[in-house]
Write a protein that binds this ligand. Structure first.
Ligand SMILES: [Zn+2]
Length: 298
């Protein structure tokens, strides 16, 4: 990749795949209508309650409603985020089996809904060390992907803030995982701006953000980048704490988001906000999306 080939350039709003992580309260298809009301072209959802192990199989009727809503709303890019409880990197055999079973279900639900991408945190090594954690995570990914019928949704490894024993806060760790995945067509990466920054990747200026992307390309490969999470950070550079803030109101600041919205390399990558919500007092999703849209034009 040469710098000249990917010089930053502006692109039309209509081409932009921008959206938010939205609630499925009342039915999965409701999230699509919520996205349309916010004038989104992209969406991320949980396909079940993300904070319990309780599983969920989709009924034909809900799948049909989702497809109808997708056609009606014209939302182009949809991603599913996996449950927070899943830890495919744990050396604890029982916990890992439980996590793999849950991940299998996540991928199956996404596939049934024709959702192309399933976002997954690479997991925590639980104090057993990074290399063992990465080894277990790769084993888990291969086990889960080998069981899925084709075609299947792709798993996107999300870069993390590196909180506690969590893996995926260095590009090299993501690369090590992808390296060990047998079917590379079924794996990709989701970069989260808040996580990058908290993990120590300085993305505050055009120059530093470009350098971070160059490092990502060298370690992982730009072709694996399939999704962006756009969040500002409540925590400063390298603090390795994961706390999302409204766009332009955290330590990262607006410049980074102008770069993301205008850089031609990122133009075709869906962009999802996961910023704090406070529906009672203010429609923050709309406010954050409008801030990002404004950056397209300026
Ligand atoms: Zn994220």
């Amino acid at each position: 990749m040469t710098d000249g080939r990917f010089a930053a350039g502006k692109f039309a709003t209509s081409q932009c795949l921008l959206g938010a992580h939205l609630s499925i309260a009342g039915g999965l298809e409701k999230a699509l209508y919520r996205a349309a009301a916010l004038e989104c072209s992209a969406l991320q959802i949980f396909t079940k309650n993300a904070s319990t192990w309780k599983e969920r199989s989709l009924k034909e009727a809900e799948i049909d409603l989702f497809h109808t809503a997708r056609a009606e709303t014209g939302i182009r890019a949809v991603a599913a985020h996996t449950s927070y409880l899943i830890n495919i990197a744990t050396p604890d055999r029982k916990q890992r089996a439980r996590s793999c079973a849950a991940l299998e279900k996540e991928v199956m639900r996404a596939t049934a809904l024709q959702i192309s991408d399933v976002v997954l945190h690479p997991g925590s090594h639980m104090g057993f060390g990074e290399s063992l954690g990465l080894e277990k995570a790769a084993e888990s990914l291969n086990a889960v992907l080998s069981k899925q019928p084709r075609p299947t949704a792709r798993i996107l490894l999300e870069t993390t803030a590196g909180q506690g024993n969590s893996l995926g806060y260095r590009f090299e760790q993501i690369a090590a995982l992808i390296d060990r995945v047998e079917d590379k067509s079924k794996i990709g990466v989701c970069l989260d701006t808040a996580h990058l920054y908290a993990a120590g990747y300085d993305i505050r200026t055009v120059a530093t953000f470009s350098e971070v992307l160059r490092r990502f390309d060298t370690a992982v490969g730009f072709n694996y980048l399939k999704l962006l999470h756009l969040n500002d950070s409540k925590k400063d550079l390298g603090m390795r704490v994961d706390r999302h803030e409204h766009i332009g109101e955290g330590f990262i600041g607006l410049e980074a988001f102008r770069f993301v919205m205008q850089d031609s390399r990122l133009a075709a990558i869906p962009k999802i906000i996961e910023t704090p919500k406070d529906a009672q007092r203010q429609d923050w999703d709309r406010k954050n999306l409008d801030r990002l849209r404004a950056l397209l034009a300026d």
